[in-house]
Write a protein that binds this ligand. Structure first.
Ligand code: GCO
Length: 448
């Protein structure tokens, strides 16, 4: 047994996203998002599931906040659904949508829980996708307008802000691999989307400062760590590309004002170019205050000319996997946090980390011991990272409760709380009580 003590001011939290938990898709004046459309397209989401009801958190948020209080978290990361605020993306503001988030944020504050707000966790208004989505500058401008509405409304209540959740997923998973909404499969489209997002991010940060909004702002990339299968330079280069596409492709423009040249060259060879307009890179490289890092797994990669646009193939090394098939390897988080230091010792929050473990109720209990083991390993690394002097200031477990897992529908469960999707009854799992104990103590007690 080892005891790992965490800093006094460490933030303990959980994370969720609007489309994954809210439901009430046709209520409160909410407009249609690309996920409503995608989930209704046959063959896109497992079992034809959609977010119409999800965890029904739109109606049950008070119960959710009770669970958060019981868990003892001091921070809660959630996202605002743009189609609730501006239903057609770029027109009238829907007061009912704003009021919902005011009620919610007020309840959080009453409970002593700091709201950590993501402006965009993938629910783009469908009307904006119809004009070309993030590849069209009108979408970028519409986002900035939406962001300004939120900044004005919630300044003074919210102190932690993220513009975008997982830009790699928005650009490449959704527009090159076609696995997420809107489901395009085109390299140039994905590069256009990535660039549009970055410009939107930079402009939103400019608005944030200009409006004097309270708190700190940043972005939350999902990062990948990869190590080479062999000593060959080809395998090393295949890893570099995998890491860079998730991280450097977005953080180099933000922190250095330029894209990583070796990736620009790589894409040019494949016939795709970045649509940079005059002034873009200055806008994108606005100083930010914090970074959110979403980490789940790492890869051992090798060069394979058949392996997609990056020609980088993940090799199955036989590691333990979670039920979604992702290898459990906490070391990648440690290595990645050191890699990140090339941008300086910036303030970092782990804005997502967690395991898909589909254990169900048995005699009224959910014994998700494998989830506890996952958290234990990752929190051990986090303790090492902090001890190395890296400014890691908080940890948000994904997720508070089981929810709509995108293309996997409801079959993949990441929650500390079990949700019965027929009755919507919430039942804390064993991992909930384990995490509750870590938070209460402010230390982690490992089993070995
Ligand atoms: C994200 C994530 C979450 C997922 C989680 C498990 O983009 O922030 O995709 O929404 O549910 O990562 O896959």
């Amino acid at each position: 047994m080892t005891i790992f003590q965490f800093p006094q001011d460490f933030r303990w939290g959980t994370a969720t996203a609007s489309y994954q938990i809210e439901g009430a898709a046709q209520e409160g004046g909410r407009g249609v998002s690309i996920w409503d459309t995608f989930a209704r397209t046959p063959g896109k989401v497992f079992n034809g599931d959609n977010g119409d009801v999800a965890c029904d958190s739109y109606h049950r948020y008070e119960e959710d906040i009770e669970l958060m209080k019981k868990l003892g978290i001091n921070t809660y990361r959630f996202s605002i659904a743009w189609p609730r605020i501006i239903p057609d993306g770029d027109g009238e503001i829907n007061r009912e949508g704003l009021d919902f988030y005011h009620r919610f944020v007020d309840k959080l504050l009453e409970a002593g829980i700091e709201p950590f707000c993501t402006l965009y966790h993938w629910d783009l208004p469908q009307t904006l996708e119809d004009i070309g989505g993030w590849g069209n500058r009108r979408t970028v401008d519409a986002f900035v307008k939406y962001a300004e509405v939120i900044f004005k409304e919630f300044s003074g209540k919210i102190n932690f802000w993220l513009t975008f959740n997982e830009p790699w997923c928005i650009a490449f998973l959704s527009n090159l691999l076609g696995i997420h909404a809107p489901g395009n499969k085109d390299l140039q489209t994905s590069i256009n989307v990535a660039h549009g997002l970055l410009v939107a991010h930079g402009k939103a940060v400019q608005s944030f400062r200009r409006l004097g909004t309270t708190g700190q702002i940043g972005i939350a990339p999902n990062v990948c760590w990869a190590e080479p299968y062999s000593k060959s330079p080809e395998d090393q280069a295949a890893c570099d590309r995998a890491i860079a596409l998730n991280t450097d492709w977005f953080l180099d423009p933000i922190y250095k004002g330029s894209y990583p040249q070796f990736m620009v060259d790589w894409f040019e060879k494949a016939g795709a170019t970045v649509p940079i307009q005059e002034g873009d890179m200055e806008i994108i490289s606005q100083p930010i205050d914090l970074l959110g890092i979403n980490y789940y797994t790492m890869g051992i990669n090798r060069f394979n000319p058949e392996a997609g646009a990056l020609q980088s193939e993940e090799v199955d090394m036989g590691l333990t996997k979670t039920d979604i098939g992702w290898p459990v390897e906490s070391r990648g988080l440690y290595e990645f946090m050191h890699y990140l230091q090339k941008y300086g010792n910036v303030d970092v929050y782990i804005t997502e980390n967690g395991a898909c473990i589909n254990d169900d109720l048995e005699n009224g209990k959910i014994n998700d011991d494998r989830r506890i083991a996952y958290y234990e390993q990752h929190l051990t690394q986090i303790h090492r990272i902090i001890n190395d002097g890296i400014n890691l200031k908080g940890y948000m477990a994904w997720s508070l409760m089981d929810n709509f897992e995108w293309a996997e529908g409801y079959r993949m469960r990441f929650g500390l709380v079990h949700v019965d999707y027929r009755s919507l009854v919430r039942t804390p799992k064993e991992s909930f009580y384990w995490y509750q104990n870590v938070i209460k103590n402010n230390w982690l007690e490992t089993r070995i």
